[in-house]
Write a protein that binds this ligand. Structure first.
Ligand code: FES
Ligand code: FES
Length: 163
């Protein structure tokens, strides 16, 4: 049941996936909760709720953060991107296409967080080494792939956008 506005504590204004929102959030509410329950963005996954697994990772002002341990009330004025905001209406990003080619998605539970971390890495380091990629993924747990396909996809994506 929706919480009456009078029981909420903080009004925030933020941009999520290029759309501006003004929201009344509860004190103690996490950004993950806001994204999933108020905005219907269920790409970021709920798992450990302790900042340990990376399943909930989103970009805040371009940098990856664990949204399960970030207070929604602290995000006013910030720009948030979730996995839903990566692809355009017509096609997947270069990285997402590489994930498909390399079978880097198996159960898919870790994939939204992994994609956000690697998107931020490729923005900062257009030609990452395998070590760069594995270090970037240090906070993202994948129980299915052994990471090899994910690393290969990231290297392929980086190569695909080089002149
Ligand atoms: S659910 Fe946020 S890091 Fe695990
Ligand atoms: S694909 Fe299943 S946890 Fe990563």
């Amino acid at each position: 049941m929706p919480v009456p506005p009078s029981e909420r504590d903080v009004t925030i204004r933020l941009v999520v996936n290029d759309r501006a929102h003004q929201l009344d959030v509860d004190a103690g509410e996490t950004l993950l909760g806001t994204l999933r329950e108020r905005l219907g963005l269920t790409g970021p996954k709920e798992a450990c709720w302790e900042g340990e697994c990376g399943a909930c990772t989103v970009l805040v002002d371009g940098g990856p953060v664990a949204s399960c341990i970030l207070a929604a009330g602290s995000t006013s004025g910030r720009v948030v991107r979730t996995v839903e905001g990566l692809a355009g209406a017509a096609e997947l990003t270069t990285l997402q296409q590489a994930f498909v080619r390399h079978a880097a998605v198996q159960c898919g539970f870790c994939t939204p967080g992994v994609l956000m971390v690697l998107t931020a890495l490729l923005d900062d380091v257009p030609e990452p080494t395998e070590t760069d990629i594995r270090q970037a993924l240090a906070g993202n747990i994948c129980r299915c792939t052994g990471y090899q396909q994910i690393v290969e996809a990231a290297l392929d994506a980086a190569a695909s956008v080089q002149p």
